[in-house]
Design a binder for this molecule. Structure first.
Ligand SMILES: [Cu+2]
Length: 324
């Protein structure tokens, strides 16, 4: 019976650990900051294990192996050594080391600054290349160059949020009326998933984003494309977009649509996910989103367009996908 319990427990632990990998995991670290945090975790864990094993070992020793009366000297030795000296040495060294690596976690960026604003329930993302005052506006996806440290400036719209891409680094709160900062140095190109980490309302759990790490050259190329105005050709899709008033909330740079109420859609078609990381960037998902955003994200601040015909929705979606 007991053995069966142990096997069951082992399997449970294994299955829980199996969930520890993946694009949104601190254990799949692809950035200098996340690697360092992992290191910090491992060393702290090792310290905790040393304390736990030594203290429980002492406890077992005095209660099981030598249950007869102890000499006063030995008892004092156990209390002072195990109760004061050992924890002090272990905890003080962990604290000293932990504090010593803090400056690295707050390092300055090397040129590019990205301003990310937490909105309900999406991310406004603005790129400021070195020396530029006017941002390149994007949304719901963060692109970063590998092997460079990028300064991240965090803000919030109406309520608090928290920015966290576990594979790249620690989390930092986004607070209305304040600017908080962090920096990230991704090392391995790839897609890392981030998630709002501070309860911000009905759709807090549906506020994610992909952080796409590109090689230096690829990033420069992408940023140049992102800075360009929208390629929004004339046609039925464009007509529906303006007829339905989508431009009252969304911007398509280079067209009359210039509102910053909702996510910028200038290069919407090049994003890797839809609606802040919750839907795949596919025709069907896009049609369904436009027809009824609230069905995907309760409380979404975009009206439903379920009065549009299926053909109109598809035409509009196809046109939006071409905004690369
Ligand atoms: Cu949030």
């Amino acid at each position: 019976m007991r053995q069966r319990h142990q096997v069951g427990l082992g399997l449970l632990i294994l299955s829980v650990l199996a969930g520890c990998d993946g694009p949104q995991s601190v254990f799949s670290a692809g950035g200098a900051d996340a690697i360092q945090l992992n290191h910090l975790f491992t060393v702290m864990l090792a310290g905790a294990v040393v304390l736990w094993v030594s203290l429980n070992g002492l406890f077992l020793y005095v209660t099981r192996r030598r249950p007869e009366r102890m000499s006063r000297k030995l008892a004092e030795g156990v209390i002072i050594g195990g109760g004061i000296v050992l924890p002090m040495v272990v905890l003080t060294s962990l604290l000293a080391w932990g504090l010593s690596i803090m400056p690295e976690q707050r390092a300055q960026g090397q040129g590019l600054t990205v301003r990310i604003t937490g909105e309900e329930w999406w991310w406004r993302v603005e790129y400021f290349p070195p020396g530029s005052e006017t941002p390149i506006v994007a949304a719901n996806e963060l692109r970063l160059p590998a092997d460079a440290r990028t300064e991240i400036e965090l803000r919030a719209g109406r309520v608090i949020h928290s920015f966290w891409v576990p594979g790249l680094g620690g989390k930092t709160d986004m607070i209305p009326g304040r600017v908080t900062r962090m920096s990230l140095e991704p090392l391995t190109p790839g897609i890392y998933r981030g998630q709002c980490a501070e309860f911000c309302g009905a759709s807090h759990a549906l506020m994610a984003l992909n952080a796409v790490v590109l090689e230096r050259g690829g990033f420069e190329q992408w940023l140049r494309a992102e800075a360009a105005p929208a390629n929004a050709p004339e046609g039925a899709g464009r007509t529906i977009f303006f007829r339905e008033g989508c431009g009252a909330c969304h911007a398509l740079r280079g067209t009359p649509a210039a509102s910053a109420v909702g996510p910028d859609l200038t290069h919407f078609g090049s994003r890797t996910s839809l609606a802040a990381g919750i839907l795949p960037m596919e025709r069907e998902a896009l049609v369904s989103w436009i027809a009824n955003p609230g069905a995907h994200k309760p409380g979404a601040r975009m009206p439903a367009y379920d009065h549009l015909s299926r053909t109109d929705l598809e035409t509009l979606a196809a046109w939006l996908e071409e905004l690369e």
